[in-house]
Design a binder for this molecule. Sequence first.
Ligand code: KG4
Ligand code: ZN
Length: 335
Amino acid sequence: MITLGIETSCDETAVAVVEDTFHARVNLIARQEHLHERFGGVVPEVAARAHVESLNPLLERALQEAGVGFRDLDGVAVTVGPGLVGALLVGMAAAKSVSLAARIPLVGVNHLEGHIWANFLEHGEPDPPYVALVVSGGHTMIAHMPEVHRHEILGQTLDDAAGEAFDKVARLLGLGFPGGPALDALSSEGDPHAIRFPRAMADSGDLDFSMSGLKTAVLRYLRAEQAAGRDVALADVAASFQEAIVDVQVSKTIAAATERGVGTVLLGGGVVANSRLRDRMRQDGEAAGLAVVYPSLDLCTDNAAMIATVGAARLARGERSSLDIAADPNLRLAT
Ligand code: KG4
Ligand code: ZN
């Protein structure tokens, strides 16, 4: 079974061809970071226009590299949300056209379920129950997955998403956009215990997160140091900020798994590319008797293979979306 996947929810145009649900034959991405860099964040109109320009050539290349034509496809999966509505619509229009022209079923996919399923592209079929931590530029949540395609949200951020916090603090440190990868790299030269930034919500007794206080604490620290005429050790600030954010994510994820009696934790989303989060989650998770699973770096950030794998599994269960399915910028994970 060959499934085409299309993802245009934010600032990456992505097309993939997946075979038999879990094997990615081709997984292509056209990045547009350079278009948004000077604005310091993703500009929705710019993103939508870039998707329009990139998608058709990328689609053609993906089919060619996969060695298939439209007639060989058994289904098409597309991200319907959450994300930027104008950006989502570009991918959805393309997916609907392919579905209609090639007479193959269409299935709409939740982007966040895609981030969770990126794990199964590398580790094979799901074997729930799981607790999943999804941390990206737009989301921060812990979900309990008692069975395939079912999710119970246990906690989420009350303000900024984790990736957003990384990007904002990176900007304060003059690291450009998107700042997460640059902040991660700079942190490796710093001391994570140099500055004790607040662990927001660490003792709140629930599984929710808050990031804005931490961001403000970093800003206050930088201003105070500058006012005192001291040179700021940027690598120490980066490493200490990263440690604070990672600490809370690791402890809450382990608490969620323990509370639910679940033995395996799945990580997904762009922030899972963070080296410290991967290391700490694995070490602390194993110390707590948990198996910790995360995708390789390319599959943590946005891609279409993760969308195609969810879509293929849903198609195999007989699910279909109608051609008038709408984009949903605030789509929630199915319960
Ligand atoms: O999942 P993703 O590609 O897009 C969304 O769905 O939002 O996540 C992008 C986010 C950005 O905020 C980026 O700065 C962050 O993931 N990110 C990182 C790292 N690599 C990407 N954050 C921290 N450390 C990294 N190594
Ligand atoms: Zn994402």
